[in-house]
Design a protein around this ligand. Sequence first.
Ligand code: F6R
Length: 614
Amino acid sequence: MCGIVGYTGQCDAVETLLNGLKRLEYRGYDSAGIAVTNEQSGLQMLKTAGTVDTLEEKIQREWPTSPDQRFTSGIGHTRWATHGAPSDINAHPHLDGSGHIAVVHNGIIENHKDIHSHLEELGHTFSSETDTEVLAHLIQECYEGELLQAVCAALQKVEGAYGIAVLTDYEPEKLIVARHGSPIVLGVNDNAAMVASDAPALVTFTRRVIYLQDNDVAVVQPNDITIRNVNNVPVRREISHLDWDVTAAQKGGYEHFMLKEIYEQPESLQNTVGGRLDWDLGTAVLAGLNVTPRDIADIQRVILLACGTSLHAGLVGSFYLQDIADIPAQAEQAGEFRYRNPIITTDDLVVAVSQSGETADTLAAVREAKHKGALVSGICNVVGSSIARETERGVYLHAGPEIGVASTKAFTSQVAVMLMLALKMGRCRRLSRRHGDALCRAISTIPEAIQAVVEKDREIAEVAQKFKDLRSCFYIGRGYAYPVALEGALKLKEISYLHAEGYHAAELKHGPIALLQEDVPVVAIMTDMPGKEKTVSNVRECQARYSPVLGVRTEGDEDTADIADYEISLPDVSHYISPITTTVALQLFAYHVARLRGCDIDKPRNLAKSVTVE
Ligand code: F6R
């Protein structure tokens, strides 16, 4: 949830760390800090509540540049608070009691209270409320003249999840980094090395990266990186090539990353579906799934596990699998899955859906499903992420880095992958060649259809103007439009802070209708698909309670013409594609409402990309 960077080399560490932190601000932005060192100056640290810009201003005020005092190694952090409120004191890095060891940390040390009490008995005093400060003192307690040995000894006493970077002025050209449940990636370059919690921080520094695996500890020096496990046994990790375009991690002229990513969807979807349709057999090619037609024939049920937006995509996927592949499918909230003793059999295919591939609840659910013997696969965006590795088989989205905190292009690519999964499974079961061909044709039109939706941006912005002062609203839909209603409402609430609820259109009458009145609008998804007539009846019920209705409908569809008070009309597409087109329209709607309300769209309050704690 927070961002880590580290650097050691010949360049100015302060500047390098600030640049890295700016690229990671989407990971957390309630406080930030850096610790730096060199051969002469000891360990220096500055941190503050607020954003990386606040930190930069503080650095300019308090550390005037001097040619004699250039720092060449350092670590930095941008935080999303878990232990202790956002404040200068709770910001990372945290120092040990001697002031010679600095630590930045992502994750949660679960036994920090026990370690804290033990260290207090030994005379340690603490200034923050964080578990990370406890870890810094524990490393000090284990220090016997070598930082690596101290970090390994400390980590052996720690329970929980961590990605850490540690710096000491005793060994100024060295960073020690380690991971257990929270990602760390190393960037390899000539005469310098960089570390980060996420690859976007490294793209301008190098394309050669090493992803640490759980329990790895790396000693990172300008010309040398060695990796071992916490028991000090050397391990080999491959160098991977980061194939992201540098511009992918920049705004490229857009006002916000979210808008850029909404606009990128024709291309990201092309990357998701491109080369994955087999026109000869009328099926999809998902090589990473690594299942034979015989395996598919044996699968009795598919369970899709995910959180948030990915869960909504999973819900669309469960409808596809039942409709197209004729196989029982259910989407489940990953956060609950392992606590309710799920009934899993070896005939189940479990699919974890996650943009980041690091969501703690989804990862834990994957482990539970594996433990119970299911065939487990992943649909992830981030290559080499924990869920992608843990599942060993799966499908990458190839949507490119998603920096905007509100997920947009990952959702549409997840839905496209699930449609291809249903096609592939369907063709191995009862789906005819003719239906397979029709689906291939529909899938191949997705990028073009999304381009047509994106071109309605200005129109959607005008509609958003009418809704910017609402207090509360409902999104309703049926069938494929139901998960879209959930996702549309989630987008609106997370970036505009307006209360919005997604409901199945049929459920409205079972309670929520009591809330409808003239200042509680309803967004009705009534594009041309099975069930639309019933949604139209529900719209009339809403209007009878004086709720203004925004109808999302299909251009030229007479059944839905002149019904809603406001409308967004979208291109006529197959109902299998409409969850993608309608969601893109609702992403734009939420974006414009938030913009008109002056919200900080790329840094929505209390949110962070990638939830690596339960
Ligand atoms: C909402 C959003 C979150 C994520 C959720 C799961 O816009 O981004 O709801 O979808 O935290 O994240 P991943 O997909 O990384 O597992």
